[in-house]
Design a protein around this ligand. Structure first.
Ligand code: BT5
Length: 259
């Protein structure tokens, strides 16, 4: 498929009909070549699409936007990099809302429509910390039977006003450019550029009773109360206030009681 609109917004765009993972390809390419920021790799099908923590991202051929973007953030404020995944989620949320569907963001990297996941973001920082490959999948034209998990949806199922993958990618890149340049102009300070407030307003997680699951299988329950100035989630348990930078969040709305 051609991506003429997205090509106008990216700084170089390469289309692969099929690949393993655009994040993996773009990271490999960045090691061989000097890439400009906003160089974009997009594909119609991934046979080994990656999520976080070795999980998979799965979508049938030509059903989704699956792309990775190269960034080389030079923030004075080191915490700027911690915001990239949320920033991309915010760009995708804006794109979806321009298609007439309201969406919000589950910390740290999911875009939800009515509680179901329509998009996921995977930001991978290079070993020398000098660049970030940020990939995202947006479910566009899947029917319910095409979705890999129950708690997922697509723009088709949500009644979006367009399912044109080129326009959806172009719009996401455009939104991303604006949000990113604002963060760069603020030296990486998400509070100063207003990104933190935008994310608090977009958050499906803040205010929720959540279970935070850590890599070592440990978990704690509490209420998500804030996103701190480095992009971490602040969770209040009965005994303490925790700051979470990595971990999975389960929303426990079903069990919630007034308190
Ligand atoms: C993510 O991970 O949500 C990040 C997904 C990033 C995918 C893009 S596609 C282009 C680029 N190249 C790559 O190789 N990856 C990026 P995580 O939060 O770990 O969520 C993964 C989980 O989401 C899976 O374990 C499933 O439960 C679920 N899932 C998988 N495919 C899905 C889909 N199409 N729609 C909704 N949920 C899905």
């Amino acid at each position: 498929m051609e991506y003429p609109k997205a090509s106008q917004v990216a700084s170089g765009l390469e289309f692969l009909a099929e690949t393993g993972s655009t994040n993996q390809d773009l990271s490999a390419l960045a090691k061989q070549t000097e890439l400009p920021e906003f160089f974009t790799l997009v594909t119609d099908f991934q046979s080994a699409g990656r999520g976080r923590l070795d999980r998979a991202w799965e979508a049938p051929p030509a059903s989704s936007v699956m792309a990775s973007v190269y960034l080389k953030p030079r923030f004075e404020n080191q915490s700027g990099v911690g915001w990239i995944s949320l920033l991309v989620a915010q760009a995708i949320k804006q794109t979806i809302e321009d298609l007439g569907v309201s969406a919000n963001i589950k910390w740290p990297n999911d875009v939800l429509i009515s509680g179901s996941k329509v998009s996921g973001v995977l930001a991978e920082v290079s070993q020398d910390l000098s660049s970030v490959v940020v990939g995202f999948g947006i479910n566009v034209s899947q029917e319910a039977k095409d979705l890999p998990v129950q708690n997922a949806t697509s723009l088709l199922l949500a009644g979006a006003s367009s399912l044109d993958r080129d326009s959806i990618l172009a719009s996401t890149l455009k939104n991303l450019r604006v949000l990113y340049s604002e963060l760069v102009a603020a030296g990486g300070d998400a509070q100063v550029c207003g990104l933190r407030q935008q994310l608090l307003d977009s958050s499906a997680t803040i205010g929720q009773l959540v279970e935070v699951m850590f890599k070592d299988q440990e978990s704690v329950m509490g209420r998500a109360v804030d996103i701190d100035d480095t992009g971490r989630l602040v969770v209040k348990t009965q005994t303490q206030t925790l700051v979470v930078s990595a971990g999975d969040i389960l929303h426990l709305r079903a069990y919630e009681q007034d308190d």
